[in-house]
Design a protein around this ligand. Structure first.
Ligand SMILES: Cc1cc2nc3c(=O)[nH]c(=O)nc-3n(C[C@H](O)[C@H](O)[C@H](O)COP(=O)(O)OP(=O)(O)OC[C@H]3O[C@@H](n4cnc5c(N)ncnc54)[C@H](O)[C@@H]3O)c2cc1C
Length: 465
């Protein structure tokens, strides 16, 4: 990544800092290290300056300053991006994490969300009215990065990708102007932000449509011995083929964590965790999910009614920040027997106790949106697989990354060829697979709003020439 090309004099930096409502941090400041830290412990970058925005005027000032001084600009929401794009070496990091208000209009069923909000911030406010918008499955993730990449979670089959519930955005573009974008105004910008990442400007507000959800949903876990995984995976796959949109059943191959409902002798052993989720009438959900819960001989079944907002935090303890992470992904239109066998083969050689292979069931409402309706193109995906490699010791880097790459390659013959932009770990040219058939139009939108590629700390779209 390019570094600062023009040394910036201290006077200009002082003037920039004095004009901000929020703080301007330099490497010698006491909270500099804590502010530059991001979720993936592999990322250790040192920006020359960190601007902690308190409002839109700070965002405009930061964009203008980076452009005028030819500085690399990194944008941070909640810092969960696996590639660590929220932080740069030498340039300006724009930290939006203090801008995290969520305003719900229960009558209109909309929420206006600031760019530093986490999923927990949104779920907390929307669930007060029995409402929700489809987000991800870990409550500390940032709404901004997740939405800009497409966004999927438990409600995706019922209500679509996160971007399918996006009604409008406010964006500070590379020229420092604040633009409103929706289906009728700056339509091309609105199309681009719905899956094209942070390529077009700094989003200062997201307006979402809300849907009635819960507050109780039927969900939990059904845990099987690793030896039963081939049979159970095929069973869940067959069940999923005709399941209603209210139902989403995900599958995770991993070593058993020390969960209180699992017998101690199972801890650390290979298991298959099946996570059924039903957002709808509770009695109907019991009937729909019965074939999942009545199958085989699970070690534990802890499926029951849960508060939706609480279940959104269920996996947080397994996803604490600071560990080393290398992720890859594939999309599948179906899970063939061969794909299942290959996944199990690699699951038996997981490189660390925290690593996992998960299959998120997609399809449903998200599949009924045309591939060119938004920048997010993978409407053919019935499953997204995350090769979630996670470990602690830097000495294990090469071994863990090699496992992830080998597994990714081994699954490629069964996959659609599309990958999830938000699960890309580093710049390996995977953007082409992430943007797919929408790449050319993205390049045209980029040329219209950011012809000099100021916003390039991301899964980058080069401006069309
Ligand atoms: C533990 C964990 C669980 C996850 N679970 C899911 C899941 O269930 N579903 C899912 O879809 N994804 C999931 N993800 C992936 C997640 O969507 C991405 O990591 C996403 O980038 C996180 O957004 P953030 O705001 O926290 O990231 P940040 O690292 O803060 O930002 C990521 C990038 O997004 C861009 N960006 C951020 N804010 C703005 C803005 N306001 N304007 C313009 N550009 C901006 C920038 O390019 C930035 O570098 C998960 C990730 C983790 C680490």
């Amino acid at each position: 990544m390019a570094v600062t090309t023009t040394p910036v004099d201290d006077g200009a930096i002082d003037g920039f800092g004095e004009g901000l409502h929020g703080e301007l941090l330099r490497p010698e400041d006491p909270n500099y290290d804590e502010t530059r830290a991001v979720w993936n412990g592999m990322i250790d970058r040192r920006p020359a300056l960190i601007a902690r925005a308190r409002g839109i005027s700070d965002v405009i000032a930061a964009v203008d300053f980076a452009r005028e001084h030819d500085m690399v600009l990194a944008i941070r929401g909640a810092g969960h991006n696996i590639a660590g794009n929220a932080v740069c070496d030498d340039g300006l990091m724009l930290d939006l994490s203090a801008m995290r208000s969520v305003q719900v209009d229960p009558e209109e069923k909309t929420a206006r969300v600031e760019p530093g909000a986490t999923l927990a911030d949104v779920d907390h406010e929307t669930q007060a009215f029995g409402l929700a918008t489809p987000l991800g499955i870990n409550s500390t993730t940032g709404v901004a990065g997740l939405t800009l990449g497409g966004g999927f979670g438990w409600l995706t089959r019922r209500y679509g990708m996160t971007v399918d519930s996006l009604r409008s955005v406010d964006v500070v573009t590379a020229d420092g102007k604040l633009r409103h974008a929706n289906e009728d105004e700056n339509e091309d910008l609105f199309w681009g932000v719905r899956g094209g990442g942070g390529n077009f400007g700094v989003v200062t507000a997201f307006e979402f449509d809300l849907h009635e959800v819960g507050p109780e949903v039927l969900t939990g876990m059904v845990v099987y011995h690793g030896a039963d995984a081939p049979d159970v995976l095929r069973h869940v796959r067959d069940f999923n083929e005709t399941a209603p949109d209210e139902s989403a059943v995900w599958m995770v191959l991993r070593k058993a964590p020390p969960l209180p409902f699992l017998p101690e002798e199972v801890h650390g052993e290979d298991v298959l965790v099946v996570v059924p989720f039903y957002a709808g009438d509770m009695a109907a959900g019991e009937d729909v999910l019965a074939p999942i819960r009545e199958y085989g001989e699970p070690i534990a079944d802890v499926v029951s009614p849960h508060q939706y907002a609480e279940f959104q935090q269920a996996f947080d303890p397994l996803l604490e920040p600071g560990a080393r992470n290398y992720w890859k992904s594939h999309n599948f239109s179906t899970l063939s027997d061969e794909a299942i066998e290959t996944a199990i083969e690699y699951a038996q050689e997981l490189p660390s106790p925290q690593s996992e292979i998960f299959f998120a069931q997609l399809g449903g409402a998200m599949k009924r949106v045309p591939a060119d309706a938004t920048a997010y193109p993978h409407r053919d995906a019935e499953y997204a697989m995350n090769v979630h490699t996670r470990w602690e010791d830097p000495a294990d880097d090469d071994r863990c990354i090699a496992w992830a790459r080998a597994f990714f390659d081994a699954m490629a013959p069964y996959a659609t060829g599309g990958v999830y932009m938000n699960f890309i770990s580093e710049d390996e040219g995977e953007e082409n697979l992430a943007y797919g058939t929408n790449q050319q139009r993205l390049a045209e939108v980029k040329a219209a709003y950011d012809p000099e590629n100021l916003f390039r700390m991301n899964q980058n779209v080069k401006p069309a020439t």
